[in-house]
Ligand binder design. Structure first.
Ligand SMILES: NC(=O)C1=CN([C@@H]2O[C@H](COP(=O)(O)OP(=O)(O)OC[C@H]3O[C@@H](n4cnc5c(N)ncnc54)[C@H](OP(=O)(O)O)[C@@H]3O)[C@@H](O)[C@H]2O)C=CC1
Ligand SMILES: O=C(O)C1=N[C@H](C(=O)O)C[C@H](O)C1
Length: 271
């Protein structure tokens, strides 16, 4: 089979550059386009040069429509508004859409799911093997432990991150809620300040730290009387997300339309 032609959108971003690197280094894929937003300083640059992997002859453009028409898949780690737009374009072009963007509203999630009826879409708040495995462990721990164990999810990211809690923190919170058989939306505590009173039993708390160049660190804490279980993941390099995204595109190639998760790609569903 020929190499899968992949276009990277948000090519000049932290993840965009990591994705161009992964596509360059991994077997079975080739970079077919690199897209940035209108007015970006990156327009016209060579994508390989931009990512620091050497010139590759693929120019960064703003013409997503033309790039999608010449591609079999799109790797998208951008912004919620941009991902929504790209989901509509990917649906029109019937190409695989891999979405890593976080901070997407519930309403836009539904619109992306609707677009996923026309093309295979893989979407996850974290594309790494380690986090997806950690989410399974969290689900199991929450299933095994009763409400005497308080669940808190902690995360730290670099100072440039714009959404909170992180997509991964929400994934871990959702896994814990599923394991415990409760609804996350009605039981999650996103912030605490002032005289909060004692912690209500059964809530799932989130704590967010931002600073420096931290790639991504997450812990799910199960705090009981006299003991604490902590399931943690530390991302040391963005390549783990980028390689996961390429793996997802290859997995989705030739698949029927639908919305899939990274757990599907990694074969962790139902584990
Ligand atoms: N699921 C996962 O495994 C991971 C998810 N992420 C998520 O990926 C997203 C991006 O993160 P990161 O790379 O750090 O952010 P960056 O801000 O570095 O990158 C986003 C890029 O998208 C570009 N962009 C914005 N709008 C458009 C548009 N309409 N068309 C084309 N390009 C556009 C931005 O351009 P400009 O800056 O010029 O506006 C920027 O270059 C975040 O939501 C983050 O949480 C990150 C890592 C892993
Ligand atoms: O913005 C980031 O950097 C990251 N975002 C994702 C998230 O919101 O969880 C994944 C990873 O932690 C890095």
């Amino acid at each position: 089979m020929s190499d899968m032609r992949l276009v990277v959108v948000g090519a000049g971003g932290r993840m965009g550059r990591a994705l161009i690197t992964a596509v360059t280094e991994m077997d079975g894929v080739v970079l077919s386009g690199a897209i940035e937003r209108e007015g970006s300083d990156c327009l016209g640059m060579d994508a390989g040069t931009l990512a620091g992997v050497g010139e590759n002859g693929v120019a960064v453009t703003e013409d997503a429509l033309a790039a999608f028409a010449a591609s079999e898949g799109v790797l998208d780690f951008t912004t919620p508004e941009a991902s929504l737009w790209f989901s509509e374009l990917a649906a029109q072009a019937r190409i695989v859409h891999v979405i890593g963007t976080t901070g997407i509203s519930a309403e836009d999630e539904e619109r992306i799911a609707a677009a996923g009826r026309h093309c295979a879409t893989v979407k996850s708040g974290n594309m790494s093997l380690g986090v997806n495995l950690a989410a399974q462990l969290v689900r199991e721990a929450a299933r095994a432990l009763d409400e005497d164990f308080d669940i808190e999810v902690l995360e730290m990211h670099h100072k440039h991150k714009v959404d909170a809690p992180s997509g991964t923190a929400l994934m871990l919170g959702r896994a814990a809620a599923e394991g415990r058989g409760i609804d996350l939306d009605s039981r999650s505590v996103r912030s605490r300040d002032g005289i909060t009173g004692p912690r209500p039993k059964g809530d799932i708390g989130f704590a967010t730290l931002r600073g420096g160049s931290v790639v991504g660190e997450h812990s799910a804490v199960f705090a009981g009387e006299g003991e604490r279980i902590v399931i943690s993941h530390i991302a040391q390099d963005r390549s783990i997300f980028a390689r996961g995204a390429v793996k997802a595109a290859l997995w989705a190639r030739g698949r029927k339309p639908g919305l899939f998760s990274m757990a599907d790609v990694l074969g962790l569903t139902g584990a």
